[in-house]
Design a protein around this ligand. Structure first.
Ligand code: BGC
Length: 372
């Protein structure tokens, strides 16, 4: 059940090409996916840049540490930088530019704003470096070579299905169910993909009346959470409860990640209402505890260790001039090219399957066991 994922910018680009009657040429000429592309290799021990966004969830904090260790173990010099929480876009642009100037051979980027890095990734390309988009796609540029991520559309589908399962288990009454929808930050290309994946499951149930979005806010722009910030999600939940709920119960909330899930739960609790079924993502420690306590309903396990290992494996293949492993050459159109991707499989986690889901993540398994 794979779907072609076309980012919003790709759709705009496609629309404008259709309008100008130009459908085959895409501005810069377009390259085919790089699976099987020849790579030339570079010296052992080279510097590898890793530019990560601000630390909006635990996975980003962990990724930096794992890249430092993993790249060093693989014999590279790691230059890992985080963009600070303020002025993030400009700082990340500067950091990437400095990595190019410093001679990094591969630059791995977790983009703060995937639409605002074209100049820097082009500079990397011009300097002969490879660019790997990590977790978040980099848009509107030919200069991104590979994408490594968990299957974001599937993450959304799993969240949508978990919401339905949770409602059947916990709402305590038959349908229709009152729900609200949240999505991530509009500057993160993943946000729309998560949301579209979830709506792939939920929209038919909204259409047939099983789910009622009481606020009426179903457009992604209405559901967005600027900067993936907890306070923004909490404020929006507060205001929806005040304006749309009165004495009505809220049965479920689609939350795109754990940080926002906890903020939504706090808002509902402060309003004195029963905690609804709330989804999440990232397997953050506080959310895993909340799930085991029967509060948050679900999260997603996207094992950061595996994602970092896959990225470092790509770096090793590039260094040796080998063919780079990719397993998807169709889904991630960044507006000017389909970026060859290696997608890992996300796993849904509820109280019921937590022990099994975290069997390879000792720190989380220990938490789960402490509740059993
Ligand atoms: C990541 C999520 C994360 C979010 C906020 C997304 O790009 O894929 O795992 O929750 O950013 O940090």
């Amino acid at each position: 059940m794979k779907k072609i994922i076309v980012t919003a910018t790709a759709l705009v680009a496609a629309a404008s090409f259709a309008l100008t009657g130009c459908s085959s040429e895409r501005g810069g000429g377009g390259t085919e996916p790089g699976a099987g592309e020849e790579t030339t290799g570079f010296e052992e021990g080279a510097t590898i840049g890793v530019a990560l966004p601000d630390k909006t969830s635990e996975n980003w904090v962990l990724a930096g540490k794992l890249f430092e260790e993993g790249l060093a173990d693989a014999g590279f010099k790691a230059d890992v930088q985080y963009a600070p929480a303020s002025n993030t876009v400009a700082e990340q642009q500067n950091q990437i530019q400095a990595m190019v100037t410093g001679g990094a051979k591969v630059i791995i980027i977790g983009a703060k704003d995937g639409k605002q890095l074209s100049t820097q990734v082009q500079a990397a390309k011009d300097a002969g470096a490879y660019v790997i988009a990590y977790d978040r796609l980099i848009e509107n540029t030919e200069a991104v070579d590979y994408y490594v991520a968990f299957d974001n559309f599937k993450v959304g589908q799993l969240q949508g299905q978990a919401l339905l399962d949770g409602l059947a288990e916990r709402a305590g009454h038959e349908a229709p169910y009152n729900i609200e929808l949240f999505s991530g930050s509009p500057d993160d290309a993943n946000s729309a993909v998560f949301f579209n994946g979830a709506m792939d499951v939920l929209q038919p149930k909204i259409d047939d009346g099983m789910l009622k979005v009481v606020s009426g806010q179903t457009e992604i722009a209405q559901t967005a959470t600027e900067g993936w910030k907890a306070e923004n999600a909490q404020r929006r939940m507060d205001s929806i409860l005040t304006s749309s709920y009165g004495s009505a119960e809220l049965d479920g909330v689609l939350s795109p990640n754990d940080t926002l899930a906890r903020a939504i739960i706090t808002s509902v609790q402060q309003a004195g209402k029963k905690v609804p079924v709330v989804t999440g993502q990232d397997s953050e420690v506080e959310s895993v505890k909340s799930i085991m306590e029967g509060v948050q309903y679900s999260t997603i396990n996207k094992d950061t260790q595996l994602l970092v290992e896959q990225s470092i494996k790509m770096v090793g293949q590039l260094q040796k001039g080998e063919e780079v492993d990719v397993n998807d050459t169709e889904q991630y159109d960044n507006g000017v090219k389909v970026v060859p991707a290696y997608l890992l499989d996300p796993v849904i986690v509820t109280k019921e399957n937590a022990a099994e889901a975290y069997q390879n993540v000792p720190s989380l398994l220990e938490i789960v066991k402490s509740y059993q």
